[in-house]
Design a protein around this ligand. Structure first.
Ligand SMILES: Nc1ncnc2c1ncn2[C@@H]1O[C@H](COP(=O)(O)OP(=O)(O)OP(=O)(O)O)[C@@H](O)[C@H]1O
Ligand SMILES: [Mg+2]
Length: 747
């Protein structure tokens, strides 16, 4: 036990941030969060409070903690435990007891012999020993809510690659529901045997012996069986519905999560239409699994029940039926390969169609303004025709097995009666009633087999769909362990050391031996021709592209060591074209950051020079911004984006052509504010207009991925030819005026 205790001592070592003894008393919520942090740390997971996405002044429900832990890659569950169960937990791992006052205690071990548990107070100094607590004492503060956690064994379901096995696993995990469905189906299968057998009795006994009493009994039985069948059928459909809905939700969550985990350059390379189509395909998979697949599986249960009965009724006819079944199966399998090829072609054609559609919708402004409608329409027509042809070819082929199967089906359902009758006539084997029963049951055998043929065809479609969706969803995510990496408080020193970078698929280097250093609080201006690598520098800084050579450091710390989410949260970024989400102006400025209020939004808006136009709007900060923000001008949108980037007071602010779209007046407004904005933070300003960066502490001139020179405006005008050229280009009007003045004076 001692060693276990030591283990806790080691692993839960308090980081500096928590060892602040004598500080203000902590709130219960803080204590609770500390307990969870400590428990996660025991397993080597460093949680980020910012990931919890709960405003600090709200009390999060236990589910919020569970989600928080799960997102960091832990297995977690909130449970209601009895004292008996708690004491019985023998393994040495921390359990978070959620106390009634909103705080928490860490249970580090149990002692069933003495009937006590050992608790640690997460807020106390971390060296303190755990104290034993008995049932009575604990009951005063705790009513059974615990948070259980442990590292996820193997891969979490959410991290497993997307594949057919994964989906099947997802379905099979619904054990309880599946079991109910199975029981219902077996019952139904048994019930289906009854009516034919009863008819057999009616024909053989009632009709032959004129027995009224038997008929009454049989009628009664039939009635009860029908009623029962209806009820069970209802239950089964209900259960299937549940499975389908749950599966749908799980699949949706999984897909969206994986999609968000993909790096930006993935989205830059793949057309949106292709991604959308792949995701759409996953919907089909779900439908297939819970629709046809489940139905066929259940039909097979019927088969298993019916075939023995058929064998008893008439072995020869049963053999005949089985032979037909085998023929049907053979036909289906024979057509599988060719169908697979044609279907793959059809899917390709559909994807091409989807790409055109999405491209047109996204670029509709350009399409309209260039009057490109006929061009797009032609392309759409062509692609639609191609998809139609491909589909027709595949379905034409599929028509063959469906036709060839037909005769065998007829034999199974209709000819058996003739053959059976012939057998009775010839040597008197079997009864007339038995023949009726046989015929009714054998119909039930044909049905699952025919649906199997359709199933195989469908399965082919699903395989293609899964392969396609997995080609997208299984791309390498941005980071394999989102909780990894350090989370320092940034000061804002940035240094690049011999950084080389080439975009995937490109031959020329976008950055070629870039080296520079800036101190915290520096305003760095980046200038250079288009394509010289300015934006690439800002992308590397944000960790968007990570496959570079050399070193990028923030505050002397290698960028690759820093937690990615933390890194991006510490930046403020404004681009030339910024996306505003559907929502009010206030919501757009706050951008879902927890714990911020309208006051913060107003402060940020003022700093960004956006206050003036927001207040002129009829609803002010509550004005609704539509998708694509048509109700805002380009300059207004830009200033909102700047406010949004400033809302969390980032240490490092990147403005990439942020003021290019502004009219001179708004630009002057923002530029005038930039000194104020820059106060206390590092700024990286990319701009083609030298007037926006003239006042920067340092200006870096770039050309073809190299740093040409770095210095202040005055230094650069003096010694850097490229900069001087840019400067004179942009100030030609001034030079011309000066020349004219000189001429006039001279004459
Ligand atoms: N996503 C990308 N994929 C491939 N190559 C890219 C990508 N983005 C930029 N490049 C290439 O990298 C080089 C540097 O581009 P970068 O965007 O950094 O230039 P820039 O200086 O910001 O130009 P601009 O002033 O036009 O914004 C260019 O040659 C460009 O073609
Ligand atoms: Mg750029």
């Amino acid at each position: 036990m001692d060693s276990v205790d030591n283990q806790f001592q080691d692993k839960m070592d308090a980081p500096a941030a928590y060892a602040q003894d004598g500080a203000a008393p902590r709130t219960p919520l803080e204590i609770r969060i500390m307990a969870i942090l400590a428990a996660a740390r025991f397993y080597g997971y460093e949680l980020d409070r910012a990931d919890m996405r709960i405003p600090p002044n709200e009390v999060p429900p236990p589910a919020a903690y569970v989600r928080w832990l799960q997102n960091a890659g832990l297995w977690a569950r909130a449970s209601q435990l009895k004292w008996r169960q708690l004491v019985a937990m023998s393994d040495a791992r921390p359990v978070v007891l959620l106390l009634d006052d909103g705080s928490a205690a860490l249970m580090v071990r149990t002692d069933p012999a003495r009937n006590v548990v050992w608790l640690k107070d997460p807020a106390a100094a971390f060296e303190t020993d755990p104290v034993p607590v008995d049932e009575l004492r604990l009951a005063q503060a705790w009513s059974g809510l615990v948070l259980l956690l442990r590292p996820e064994r193997g891969l979490a379901p959410d991290d497993q690659p997307f594949s057919v096995q994964w989906i099947v696993g997802l379905v099979l995990r619904e054990k309880k529901l599946l079991r109910d469905i199975l029981v219902g189906s077996v019952t139904l299968a048994i019930l289906t045997i009854f009516p034919p057998l009863i008819i057999m009795t009616v024909v053989d006994r009632v009709v032959t012996h004129h027995s009224w009493s038997t008929l009454t009994l049989v009628a009664l039985l039939l009635g009860v069986a029908s009623l029962y069948e209806a009820i069970i059928g209802w239950c089964r459909r209900q259960q299937i519905l549940f499975v389908a809905t749950r599966l749908d939700a799980k699949l949706g969550l999984y897909i969206f999560r994986r999609l968000l985990g993909l790096p930006i350059d993935f989205f830059e390379r793949k057309p949106a239409g292709e991604i959308m189509h792949a995701l759409h395909e996953t919907g089909k998979i779900k439908q297939f699994l819970t629709g046809r697949m489940l139905a066929t599986a259940l039909d097979f249960i019927t088969l298993v029940v019916i075939i023995p009965v058929l064998l008893i009724l008439n072995p020869i006819l049963t053999a005949l039926i089985m032979a037909c079944a085998l023929c049907i199966l053979g036909i289906i399998v024979a057509f599988l390969g060719p169908y697979r090829r044609l279907y793959a072609k059809y899917i390709q054609a559909e994807i091409a169609k989807g790409v055109t559609m999405v491209e047109t919708i996204h670029g509709i402004r350009t399409v309209k303004s260039l009057a490109m409608e006929p061009v797009q329409k032609d392309e759409w027509d062509k692609r639609t025709a191609a998809a139609g042809e491909a589909n027709l070819a595949a379905q034409k082929l599929a028509n063959w097995p469906a036709t060839l199967v037909q005769p065998f089906e007829s034999i199974m359902t209709r000819f058996v009666i003739l053959i059976g009758a012939a057998m009775i006539l010839q040597d008197g084997t079997g009864s007339v009633g038995g023949l009726f029963a046989f015929m009714m049951l054998s119909g039930r055998v044909a049905q699952p087999l025919v649906s199997l043929s359709k199933l195989i065809e469908d399965a082919e479609e699903q395989r293609t769909a899964v392969a396609y969706a997995s080609s997208i969803l299984n791309s390498r995510p941005e980071s394999t362990n989102p909780s990894a990496g350090v989370r320092p408080r940034f000061e804002g020193a940035v240094s690049f050391n011999k950084v080389e970078f080439t975009y995937p698929g490109s031959k020329t280097k976008a950055l070629d031996g870039v080296t520079f250093d800036i101190a915290p609080g520096t305003m760095l201006g980046l200038v250079g021709r288009s394509g010289s690598g300015k934006s690439t520098i800002t992308r590397l800084l944000q960790g968007i592209n990570r496959e570079y050579e050399g070193f990028v450091k923030i505050d002397g710390m290698d960028l690759r060591e820093i937690n990615l989410a933390h890194l991006r949260r510490s930046f403020g970024v404004v681009l030339q074209d910024n996306f505003l989400f559907r929502g009010t102006i206030r919501e757009n400025i706050l951008a879902g950051r927890p714990g911020l209020t309208l006051t913060d939004a107003v402060r940020a808006a003022r700093l960004a020079g956006a206050e003036e136009f927001i207040e002129r709007m009829p609803l002010g900060y509550e004005t609704f911004v539509e998708e694509g923000s048509p109700n805002l001008s380009g300059g207004q949108r830009q200033r909102l984006a700047i406010a949004r980037a400033l809302i969390h007071d980032p240490r490092i602010l990147i403005l990439d052509e942020a003021t290019s779209a502004l009219d001179p007046e708004s630009e002057a407004l923002v530029n005038a504010n930039i000194k104020r904005i820059a106060h206390g933070r590092t700024m990286v300003i990319v701009s083609h207009r030298l007037s926006s960066i003239m006042d920067c502490h340092q200006i870096m001139v770039m050309d073809r991925g190299r740093v040409i020179d770095m210095g202040t405006h005055d230094q650069l005008v003096e010694r850097c030819a490229i900069y001087r050229h840019l400067w004179s280009q942009q100030n030609r009007h001034i030079d011309a005026a000066a020349e004219r003045a000189a001429l006039i004076q001279g004459s």
